[in-house]
Design a protein around this ligand. Structure first.
Ligand SMILES: Cc1cc2nc3c(=O)[nH]c(=O)nc-3n(C[C@H](O)[C@H](O)[C@H](O)COP(=O)(O)O)c2cc1C
Length: 188
C-alpha cells in the first residue's frame, strides 16, 4: 500500500451519533455529539467530548445527570437539528417526546431506540473541549428492536456519522465476528 500524507488533521472515521439530553432551568435540552465513547465497564462509564459553549453542558452541571440517546435512521433530521441549533438561541424541549427514568432529571428521547441514563462523574476541562464523564444508571431499549432478549443491531438501525465526510449512515453488511476472526490469524 503506498500512502499519501494528509497532514495534521483528524482522520475520516465512522462514529456513533449520540443525542445528549439534560434539563436546563427546568426545560429539557438536547445536543448532538459524535465524540462519544465507553470508558469503563465496572462500574459502566461513558464520556462525551463537548465544546465550551454547550447549553446542554450547563444542564449537566445544574442537575449532575444527563442522557445519551442513540437515534435511528428515522431520527436523523431531529438529531441533525439538535446539532445545528443551540439551546442558547432556540428552545429544543419539543424536539422529542421526553420521558424520565430513575434519576428523575435526565430527559430522554422516546423516539431514540436506545437511551442511556447517567449521573455526572467528572468533567475534565481542557483548553478547547471538555470531557464529560458519566456513570451509567440505566439503559433502556425499544422492546420491538430486541431479539431473544438482546438488542438487535439490524432492528435498531442506529445512526452513524462519517467525520470529515459529513454523512450519516447506518450499519452495512456484517464482516466477521469480533474476538473470533483473529483467533487463527498468524503474522507474516
Ligand atoms: C453530526 C454532529 C456531530 C456533532 N458532534 C459534536 C461533538 O462531538 N461535540 C460537541 O461539542 N458538539 C458537537 N456537535 C455540535 C453541537 O451539537 C452543537 O453545537 C449544538 O448546537 C449544541 O447545542 P446546545 O448549545 O443546545 O447544547 C455536533 C453536531 C453535529 C450535527
Amino acid at each position: 500500500m503506498s500512502k499519501k500524507a494528509l497532514g495534521r488533521t483528524l482522520p475520516m472515521m465512522g462514529l456513533p451519533v449520540a443525542v445528549i439530553g439534560a434539563k436546563v432551568q427546568g426545560r429539557p435540552n438536547f445536543c448532538t455529539i459524535a465524540w462519544v465513547t465507553m470508558i469503563d465497564d465496572e462500574p459502566p462509564k461513558m464520556a462525551v467530548v463537548m465544546g465550551k459553549e454547550r447549553r446542554t453542558k450547563d444542564g449537566i452541571l445544574e442537575n449532575r445527570t444527563f442522557s445519551i440517546n442513540l437515534p435511528d435512521v428515522g431520527a436523523a433530521a431531529a438529531a441533525d437539528h439538535c446539532g445545528l441549533v443551540s439551546g442558547y438561541k432556540e428552545d429544543k424541549s419539543n424536539v422529542f417526546d421526553v420521558f424520565f427514568g430513575k434519576t428523575l432529571t435526565a430527559p430522554m428521547a422516546r423516539e431514540c431506540p436506545v437511551n442511556i441514563e447517567l449521573t455526572l462523574d467528572e468533567i475534565i476541562e481542557r483548553e478547547g473541549t471538555d470531557i464529560v464523564i458519566g456513570e451509567v444508571e440505566e439503559v433502556y431499549v425499544d422492546e420491538n428492536r430486541m431479539t431473544a432478549g438482546q438488542p438487535d443491531i439490524d432492528k435498531l438501525q442506529l445512526l452513524m456519522y462519517l467525520s470529515s465526510g459529513a454523512l450519516y449512515f447506518t450499519k452495512g453488511k456484517t464482516v466477521a465476528e469480533a474476538f473470533k476472526v483473529g483467533k487463527d490469524f498468524r503474522p507474516r
